[in-house]
Ligand binder design. Structure first.
Ligand SMILES: *[C@@H]1O[C@H](CO)[C@@H](O)[C@H](O)[C@H]1NC(C)=O
Ligand SMILES: *[C@@H]1O[C@H](CO)[C@@H](O)[C@H](O)[C@H]1NC(C)=O
Ligand SMILES: *[C@@H]1O[C@H](CO)[C@@H](O)[C@H](O)[C@H]1NC(C)=O
Length: 310
């Protein structure tokens, strides 16, 4: 490894390391500014002590974006969602590349009327193709305290985690002809906006602006990832970030062998989430995706094979 490369990695590691466990110092926006920048509506974003807040009112929502792009890694936001009436609002935390053929991994938190549960919608876009929504409800009140939401992405899987519990896995099934998000560099984003045409109870409940401003609070943000130097990754970056060696050195731990699939404990957790908290899965939506096979059994087999755990 030459000097320039190791220096670049050392910088990426130190800049990207923002311990989640400790009280975070995002006062004055200094630590925030190492990793992120405002996306839009700076006046709807506020640093409050050690917390960061995004606000939505009748004028605007707000959003921020990572300064850099990454190929593989893990991004985490520790957030407390809008309390009370959040109907009509969507808070998103996601990774995305750019362009028509973009890849995207979405967490979308769909608000609700006071006392009714938030839904967490996830989606995966591969080369511009989305339509892979899943929805779960949560086993806790996400507006009462901070919880962590993470996206892990490596060569074998994309995993959505809630407090480190996997709620969804999109496995690499390229050998079966299913496209997997590969070497496009991705940014990390979060935003809050009004989506009352669809978000809450199918769009029937609209945002009640007399409850504005709606506020989402962040306590920690963290990106461990293989940083690329330019937006459209050059070949060397792709090699460095995706090469099989880097995971073994422990530098790029997110692509080490034990990160390539869920362990036994995590698999059980995922089964539990799906059994107890899954509200919607595109795979089993026979209206949007009508049966293609001759028999019900063949169709359900086809769906399970295509969809389960993805
Ligand atoms: C950052 O904020 C803290 C707490 O409000 C304050 O003590 C400190 O002086 C500020 N630092 C700078 C560089 O503004
Ligand atoms: C809101 O609450 C209603 C009633 O409990 C529920 O049917 C719905 O799934 C909840 N979430 C959203 C985003 O509509
Ligand atoms: C909006 O909230 C206000 C204040 O809580 C309430 O009086 C009003 O009925 C709500 N509007 C709707 C359409 O629910």
């Amino acid at each position: 490894m030459d000097f320039v490369l190791s220096a670049a990695i050392a910088f990426a590691m130190s800049a990207a390391f923002w311990p989640v466990a400790k009280a975070l110092d995002i006062r004055n926006g200094s630590r925030f500014g190492e990793l992120f920048q405002m996306g839009w509506a700076a006046d709807h974003m506020e640093f409050d002590g050690e917390l960061l807040k995004l606000k939505l009112d009748g004028f605007s929502g707000a959003g921020f974006t990572s300064k850099n792009r990454y190929i593989y890694g893990k991004a985490t936001a520790e957030m407390k969602l809008i309390g009370g009436d959040s109907a009509g609002t969507v808070t998103a935390f996601y990774m995305s590349s750019e362009g028509e053929k973009r890849n995207e991994f979405d967490f979308e938190f769909l608000g609700n009327t006071t006392g009714n549960p938030y839904l967490v919608q996830t989606n995966v876009y591969v080369e511009g193709m989305g339509n892979r929504e899943q929805r779960i409800d949560l086993w806790y009140d996400p507006t009462a305290d901070f919880h962590s939401y993470s996206i892990l992405w490596n060569q074998r899987q994309v995993v959505f985690l809630v407090d480190e519990t996997p709620i969804r896995v999109f496995e690499n099934k390229e050998e079966k002809g299913i496209a997997f998000p590969g070497s496009q560099a991705m940014g990390v984003y979060s935003s809050l906006w009004n989506a009352d045409d669809w978000a809450t109870q199918g769009g029937r409940v609209k945002t009640n602006w007399s409850h504005a401003p709606f506020v989402v609070t962040y306590r920690g943000l963290r990106i461990d990832g293989c940083q690329v130097t330019v937006e459209s990754a050059v070949e060397d970056d792709v090699k460095r970030c995706t090469g099989s060696e880097s995971g073994k050195e422990g530098k790029y731990w997110w692509k080490s062998p034990e990160m390539e699939e869920l362990n036994v404990h995590q698999s059980h957790q995922l089964l539990w989430v799906r059994a107890k908290h899954l509200v919607y899965d595109y795979c089993f939506d026979a209206v949007r995706f009508p049966p293609r096979r001759q028999s019900v059994v063949a169709d359900s087999r086809w769906r399970s094979k295509k969809c389960f755990g993805s």
